[in-house]
Design a binder for this molecule. Structure first.
Ligand SMILES: Cc1ncc(COP(=O)(O)O)c(C=O)c1O
Length: 461
């Protein structure tokens, strides 16, 4: 491999303009309101939610791993609405199941019976390890995490929760307290959450030594609590934090420490669940632990709003005798979608695909890191939850936010949608539908290669 200096001084050959793999589908002609009309209406009626691209993108159709804009231009959806569409857009089985259910009954309340709920419960329970057997359905990841923390507090009789710096768990008061990123916190009263050192192998003080980071949790228990805690919550791979996989060995060490302090361990599987990490169905399984409570959201309904909390029958008892319920908890459409998602993941072998295509893509991205070592600081993640961190200086790892924005925009122009994440928005995050192919992965890498090359060697392209 040429030295770092040599690489900086040599212009690599121009990568060809990438061509998207063929796909046998043409969306119908779009006759709806134009991008401009929609933008005007959004600006008038929507509480501030700016579109992510300089030139807003009006998506009017989606099939499997692709989405289409109003002009019929196709994009590889490497974000999937932030991990919401694991089976692919408008997956035929999910669509048919929902449509069929719409013909009988759409919604019942938890006080009535309906088999869609129990059918789904059985299938979901079969995916859970240990004694994680009883569920509570909600609508979003935020709500699921709020309930999980509430249950931990009720069960233990303690208030203190340990969470991680760089974590994201939602935007209601308790979850906002648990968030560890200033950009997703407001300056309101936030109590009861203590933020432990982030076991970040790229930026953390202890590299990949998970057990060393875990000692910080012990210190928090000793110095910031009564010695007893309600619990610990974490993602297995931090999503909004920039696709940071917790250092190996971290979760087993922390779970032991937290259990000794009487706390419950909560795994937030909003992104890492449902086979996305490839090697396992749930992200926590990659660190060989079994949580006391697991929350799931996002991809659970392939775009239908539903989330869930699962715990042990013993812990679940804390909700008995009180009225804690959610109106849509027994929504027949959501639970039908959830069941169809589980079936599609198995039928289409999506977890294996996430593993195979994810490993292939990671290799390609790592090759790009070798090619552009001065701006790609890190390539990381697992399965189809991958991240590429951009820096302006590989030695001190200064975040390259402007460069990342530029890459993000240019990738879109070449037909690839990605997300941005991390405190400094300098990580491209890759969370495609789990049905993407190796050819899509090659296309993705070719687009990133081309875009970086244009920025570095053909400024203004
Ligand atoms: C790990 C994690 N937990 C919780 C949430 C909150 O989910 P929701 O937006 O459905 O409330 C998110 C959303 O991005 C998330 O990434």
């Amino acid at each position: 491999m040429p030295s770092f200096e040599t690489k900086l001084n040599t212009t690599p050959p121009e990568p060809p303009v990438p061509v998207m793999p063929p796909f046998p589908y043409t969306p119908p002609q779009y006759n709806g309101p134009s991008t401009e009309e929609i933008m005007n209406l959004r600006n008038q009626y929507l509480i501030r939610q700016p579109p992510c691209y300089k030139q807003p993108l009006n998506l009017v159709d989606g099939k499997m791993q692709y989405v289409f804009d109003e002009n019929g231009k196709r994009y590889l959806d490497a974000l999937a609405g932030v991990s919401v569409v694991p089976c692919g857009h408008c997956h035929p089985d999910v669509k048919n199941a929902i449509t069929k259910q719409m013909e009988s009954i759409q919604h019942t309340h938890v006080m009535y019976l309906n088999h869609t709920v129990t059918d789904y419960l059985q299938a979901l329970a079969a995916k859970m390890p240990g004694d994680l057997k009883v569920f509570f359905f909600l609508n979003s990841g935020t709500e699921a995490n709020e309930l999980a923390i509430l249950m931990a507090r009720l069960y233990t009789g303690c208030n203190d929760i340990i969470t991680l710096r760089n974590a994201y768990h939602g935007l209601a008061p308790t979850t906002m307290s648990a968030n560890g990123i200033r950009t997703i916190k407001f300056n309101i009263v936030q109590t009861g959450a203590h933020h432990a050192l982030d076991p970040n192998p790229y930026r953390g003080d202890y590299g990949s030594d998970g057990e060393k980071y875990a000692q910080d949790v012990q210190k928090i228990i000793d110095y910031a609590t009564s010695g007893k805690v309600a619990g610990f919550i974490s993602e297995a791979i931090q999503g909004a934090g920039g696709v940071v996989e917790l250092a190996p060995g971290y979760l087993p060490a922390v779970y032991e420490i937290v259990k000794k302090a009487g706390g419950l361990c909560i795994a937030d599987e909003a992104i890492t669940g449902f086979g996305r990490t490839g090697s396992n169905f749930w992200g926590f399984q990659n660190q060989d632990v079994i949580p006391d409570i697991v929350t799931m959201a996002k991809g659970i309904g392939n775009g239908t709003p539903i989330s869930a909390v699962v715990t042990t029958p013993e812990i679940a008892k804390v909700l008995e005798g009180h009225s804690y319920y959610s109106t849509f908890a027994s929504n027949a459409i959501s639970t039908t979608a959830g069941l169809a998602v589980l079936k599609a993941i198995d039928k289409d072998d999506l977890q294996k695909n996430a593993n195979d295509v994810g490993s292939h893509l990671k290799e390609k991205l790592t090759a790009l890191k070798d090619k552009y070592p001065d701006i790609i600081g890190d390539v990381r993640g697992r399965g189809l939850m991958l991240g590429v961190e951009f820096v302006t200086n590989p030695q001190d790892k200064t975040p390259a936010t402007d460069l990342t924005n530029d890459i993000f925009e240019r990738m879109k122009n070449l037909g690839v949608l990605v997300g941005k994440a991390g405190l400094y928005s300098n990580v491209i995050r890759i969370l495609p539908p789990l049905c993407i192919t190796e050819a899509d992965a090659d296309f993705f890498a070719a687009v990133l290669d081309r875009v970086i090359w244009e920025i570095k060697y053909n400024e203004g392209a």
